[in-house]
Design a protein around this ligand. Sequence first.
Ligand code: XIL
Length: 317
Amino acid sequence: AKLNTLAKAKGKLYFGSATDNPELTNTAYVAILSDSTTFGQITPGNSMKWDATEPTQGQFSWTGADQIVNLATTNGQVLRGHNCVWHNQLPSWVSSGSFTSAQLTSIIQNHCSTLVGHYKGQIYSWDVVNEPFNDDGTWRTDVFYNTLGTDYIQIALNAARSADPAAKLYINDYNIEYPGAKSTAMQSLVKTLKAASVPLDGIGLQSHFIVGSVPSTSSLESNMNAFVALGVEVAITELDIRMTLPTTPTLLAQQKTDYTSVISACQAVDQCVGITIWDWTDKYSWVPSTFSGQGAALPWDENFQKKPAYDGIAIGF
Ligand code: XIL
């Protein structure tokens, strides 16, 4: 069976992929992406980010995001929204602005409510806040934190809830997939928000991993359970498992095992609702341009041929 069919048969809501607008001119790519038995869910990799959706204050641009939402809707695929508030890919009017706390509050409220409201009723879950923490578990000192302290989190979540009450609201981050200072910090945040009745439904575990260094299934699983115990669901939101190039049969075999470990962990936790890979073909992976000398992180190669990792995913379900 195909991967989304397998995922659903095993109790998950979806198996899905990120995609991005430039790739949608490749008809062979779109044909595979559009197969909802393989991909039951889509995340726009870039086109819902702040620089794309509100490049100038108060002027919203939906072209790229609408294209992906329309494609997913046509294909019967669930959508994850990504994202409202993040330190990266901000337009300069936000990142270099000097705002009072009242001004930035209304800027966040307007951005999140307009973005989430534009897609009201069409999105399963939103990454309302992306990457709030440093790796040591301290708060990332971006324009939001520097101006508003931790209040920006609840400002964004409340705005998103009002704009689309049916959407699941997530905070998403990396290096929180396994126990450690950063996961502990995220768990503390979940507790604080829940205690204050701030709307929060899920934690997104990005899962940008490295072949041979993937946390064990038991470590991934116990970490997911720690979040679930606090009253949130979890999802694997940006899975890829990169290697130092060139690929070798040994590395590809290890990658297969590593994918199985991650899927198995989600499979073992009922409240791990789904898995999203951060695009599906090495041709369009973000990895080579971000991590020098690394790549081949996805289950299909650059020629859209399935790699051993594909079977590794199927085995995990
Ligand atoms: C990446 C995109 O895939 C790239 O195309 C872009 O140049 C940079 O951002 N964590 C996230 C994603 O939450 O938004 C990032 O996506 C990858 C890391």
